[in-house]
Design a protein around this ligand. Sequence first.
Ligand code: 5GP
Ligand code: MN
Length: 361
Amino acid sequence: MEERVSRQNSLFHPYCVLVPDKPITNPIYNLMAIVIDPTILAIIHQHNHILCVSHVNPDGDAYGSLLGMGWILRHLGKNPVLAMQDRTPTEFRYLPGSGQIINPSAVANTYDLIICLDASSADRMGTVFRAEAHAPIPLLVIDHHITNTRFGTVNWIAPDCVATCQMLVYLAQALDVPLAGPLAECLLTGLVTDTLGFRTSNTTPTVMETALQLMHGGANLPNIVARTLSRRSARVFQLWGVVLADLHLEEGVIWVTISREQMKRAGTNRDDGQLSSMLITAAEADISATFTEKVDETGQVAVECSFRAKPGYDVGALAFELGGGGHPPASGCTLPGTLAEVSQRVVTALKAAHQQQAALK
Ligand code: 5GP
Ligand code: MN
């Protein structure tokens, strides 16, 4: 599906995702390209009544790519239906088209095509995807997670892209859809949130070029940053105050646990990996984790695990082994069990991974 080709005259080639080769000596001149397979363009052209879905516990890239795909399809004269298992949180309601996202109960059984965005495995679609009714419908998977299980009929997986929204920038260009207005605003949101404001180690000149194109198309970078990265409820600080009082740091791994009771008292039920991202800035740590207690769809107690790693360390592989997924520097999984059981077991595995990876340095 992904074809690596030598660098053409192509810093701005519309069909190419340019990524740095290894080792990076000069990131601008040492580039490779990924070409969009014509099958992907064809399957989109061939269908009209399309269900688009992204992942549970959605982030900016999930909303940006879901809504962005909606704008691309509408521009092509198609009739997309956008669905998400979870209710849209306030911070993403500024995104154009967010009011049209439907919940699982409004999802029909018949569509020509399903497009799944930013989800690394089928279970991430949550209750939007009903296996029995939807399995016969062609499924196009567009995702940038290296751990993607390729669960679609057609899969376009580009781990070298910092966000699924970056892939949609190239897709829009390949389909001759202008990168402007609502589409640009949605796609820049995914780039901004998945790179934590263009600060992650995969932020290459090409990523900045992509962002630049979206800004020229009218996307408002300061507004996106203000609405997403620079905004959280005071209740989240209250929760952090409580859980950080019991911060653990051992053998290069830093972690906290968050119980349902603590969330209830703070009046919030979301943290969304923000605390994990903050903990990894600790100079003494190479790997961070937050363990959040929840009750899953079946009423069982489960723990949402969120991992981060400093450059040179990888938490994606462990998350994948544990049934989750993600990227080398940011990943997660959900495991059955109590907070104490799961955190103890996973921290042991994180320490072992840390020791193994540190030895290779
Ligand atoms: P976060 O910690 O911000 O929730 O997630 C970090 C990364 O890990 C994201 O790319 C997200 O998609 C992935 N991730 C988090 N939790 C899970 C999970 O339970 N399953 C899978 N497959 N990926 C997850
Ligand atoms: Mn993403």
